[in-house]
Design a protein around this ligand. Structure first.
Ligand code: NAD
Length: 257
């Protein structure tokens, strides 16, 4: 019989997941740990990063919480230096941390735009650069960036900064994949649809929005963080050895048109 360990194994690998304190990031951290990886659980919130690492420990796997703001260049470099000093390597990077403020373009202040772009997009550059140097030196690795259908196909109302940042991740992923291919580093992105996490909590309380989503999503329901995490696990593993520069939609078919 085939066990899940035979597929997409990450045994012996070290993974860094940003924004791992809750939602999709926590599910990714747990999924990678269950596949055998030792996981660094980054978050800007020390409490939730520690909680995720504790959940992984409870299941008998290895994890390390690390508090850092991924939009801060110095904090990112310090995190990568500390992790590599402790582990000797970094094989997988998952850029998941994100914020989704709501404002019309006519009303949005500059700080909101800058913060959204810094956390959602600049951080992907900062971590890819710092971790990419480590991966290049060790001979390879895999990077998975979390974009969104909102950046690529289905713009989201009152989320211009968010949509722009997620479209930026899509473009950055492709160029990063091209440049890093020479170093045996694969780079892909995942575009989730509507997923049940704290980020979508307010919208999910609105019956009209829920009804519209059920109509728009061909499979008729929202996705779970675990359904995103399984695709990330595949892309992070050697099972995806010939996959790079791609965008995987995990959206119940919402963005297929
Ligand atoms: N939930 C969805 O429907 C959905 C859909 C498409 C894409 N996404 C993307 O998936 C990712 C995770 O979304 P989620 O729904 O789990 O969100 P969430 O708000 O539940 O979790 C985001 C996590 O990122 C952390 N974070 C925020 N700013 C940070 C920073 N500067 N440094 C480090 N950590 C920081 C938060 O503390 C939080 O733990 C995001 O990039 C989001 O844009 C989510």
């Amino acid at each position: 019989m085939t066990t899940r360990e035979e597929f997409a194994t990450l045994h012996g690998k070290w993974a860094l997941v940003t924004g791992a304190g809750r939602g999709i990031g926590r599910a990714i951290a747990l999924e990678l740990a269950r596949a055998g990886a030792c996981v660094v659980c980054n978050d800007i919130d020390p409490r939730t990063a520690t909680e995720t690492a504790a959940l992984i420990h409870l299941e008998g796997h290895t994890a390390m919480p690390y508090t850092a703001d991924v939009s801060d260049r110095h904090a990112v470099q310090r995190m990568v230096d500390d992790v590599v000093a402790a582990t000797g390597r970094l094989d997988v990077l998952v850029n998941n941390a994100g914020v989704e403020p709501s404002a019309s373009i006519l009303e949005m202040d500059e700080e909101t735009w800058d913060h959204t772009l810094a956390v959602n997009l600049k951080a992907v550059f900062l971590t890819s650069q710092a971790v990419g140097r480590v991966m290049k030196a060790q001979g390879g690795g895999a990077i998975v960036n979390i974009s969104s259908i909102a950046g690529v196909r289905n713009p989201l109302a009152l989320r211009a900064a968010y949509c722009a940042s997620k479209a930026g991740i899509y473009g950055f992923t492709k160029e990063c994949a091209r440049e890093f291919a020479a170093y045996n580093i694969r780079v892909n992105c995942v575009c989730p649809g509507v997923i049940v996490t704290p980020m979508t909590e307010a919208a999910r309380r609105n019956p009209a929005i829920m009804e519209r989503w059920r109509r728009e999503i061909p499979v008729g329901r929202l996705g779970t963080p675990e359904e995103v995490a399984r695709v990330v696990r595949f892309l992070a593993s050697d099972e995806a050895s010939y996959v790079t520069g791609q965008a995987y939609f995990v959206d119940g078919g919402k963005a297929m048109h």
